[in-house]
Design a protein around this ligand. Structure first.
Ligand code: GLV
Length: 386
């Protein structure tokens, strides 16, 4: 039985009822919906993760579209509930949609939106921050200062790793992985080794050109190599960042055996999805290898950490904040709202889901299109000519 939930309502007389399961950053997303005759209901329940029953109660008997979150279980039950309420539009406020059963949505004729393009640099910047913080032991050193333990400079105090001239490894060189690779190569003059099923041509060209520029300036050039196996990256890189999508093939991609291939002083960063790493095996590895360090933004069973992880000084842990810059989070809210609005209005689907600037420009109305619908083909939705 669905439980009652508290809501905030905008434009109560709007024709289309759109529900957001969470308050989202910014106000533009609300205005874009209310300007187009939507009544917007925002769930204000003080509960971080809504249950399926909570969301069914929010959907009610008549609902045209829902904006949901990656913490929610969007499967058969919710899509059939939304469809019964007359709704054919859903958007995750996230680029990843492993919480969504897209086949179930398609079965009920519901479009599933996501929010790529706007997260790329922000997420890559967090991966870079974790790489730096782990290399230079920033969190341990900060805790030491706050504990009043600093009583003078010492030659051995918090000695970490130098990045310049070392090798950065990227597993999954899509948009975020490539942006991270560029930051590390350009900012710290690291050499690149990457593994991806597809060739990252633009990234390779960039590293080649930057290497030539450095050489012409009398500095050691940076280099790149596309590895033929993931294991090569694990063995050779000094800092490794994981950027694959989570699916059956990437579940526990980094396990006990693969951890043991990595250098003893390597740094491992994960801003993708928690289950890509076998977290219990990682805790054991951290215990046995005190110089091995990790920076984690995501966890196998969020919001929990596997036993022992929180005690490890060689682990930096942050609460899934990779996309948490103001610009990105407001942009995600806008794109999610426009996915839902576009489907309600029968707009076509934008041709390149990563080219999002026209939707984010506050000084002009957004294009009449859904920014990104992952099951557009399966639903036979029209592609925008714009
Ligand atoms: C965040 O993790 C996202 O997928 O957007």
């Amino acid at each position: 039985m669905a439980t009652p939930v508290s809501i905030e309502v905008w434009n109560p007389n709007g024709k289309y009822r759109v529900v957001s399961t969470k308050p989202m950053p910014g106000t533009r997303w609300i205005r874009l919906l209310t300007d187009q005759d939507c009544r917007v209901e925002i769930c204000t329940q003080r509960k971080t993760i809504l249950s399926v029953d909570d969301i069914l109660a929010l959907i009610g008997d008549k609902c045209d579209g829902v904006i949901g979150q990656l913490t929610e279980d969007w499967g058969e039950v919710l899509f059939s509930g939304l469809s019964r309420a007359g709704g054919r539009a859903f958007s995750n406020m996230a680029v990843g949609y492993n919480n969504v059963d897209v086949n179930a949505a398609t079965k009920y004729g519901v479009a599933v939106g996501n929010t790529p393009g706007v997260l790329t640099e922000t997420t890559a910047e967090l991966a870079a921050s974790l790489s730096l913080s782990a290399s230079r032991r920033i969190v341990e050193a900060d805790e030491f200062m706050r504990a009043g333990l600093y009583d003078g400079w010492l030659p051995h105090l918090f000695v970490g790793n130098l990045l310049k001239g070392q090798t950065v490894g990227v597993i999954g060189a899509g948009r975020i992985g490539s942006a991270y690779a560029r930051m590390m190569v350009e900012g710290f003059k690291m050499n690149l080794i990457y593994y991806d099923l597809y060739q990252a041509t633009r990234l390779e060209k960039f590293v080649t050109a930057y290497g030539e520029f450095l050489k012409a300036s009398g500095e050691a050039p940076v280099t790149w190599r596309r590895a033929s196996t993931m294991e090569e990256v694990l063995r050779e890189a000094d800092v490794i960042s994981l950027h694959p999508v989570l699916d059956k093939t990437t579940y526990h991609l980094v396990n006990k055996e693969r951890l043991s291939m990595m250098k003893k002083e390597a740094i491992l960063v994960n801003c993708s999805r928690g289950p890509v790493i076998d977290e219990a095996a990682l805790v054991e590895h951290l215990k046995e290898n005190p110089m091995f360090r990790v920076g984690l933004d995501v966890f196998e069973e969020e919001p929990y950490m596997k036993p022992g992880l929180a005690d490890m000084k060689n682990a930096i842990v942050v609460p899934h904040i990779a996309s948490a810059s103001k610009w990105t989070r407001e942009g995600m809210a806008t794109l999610a709202a426009l996915n839902v609005l576009g489907k309600i209005k029968g707009y076509p689907v934008w041709s390149d889901p990563n080219r999002v600037e026209p939707f984010l420009n506050e000084n002009s109305p957004p294009p009449a299109a859904c920014p990104s619908i992952v099951n557009a083909k399966a639903l036979g939705l029209t592609a925008s000519k714009l």
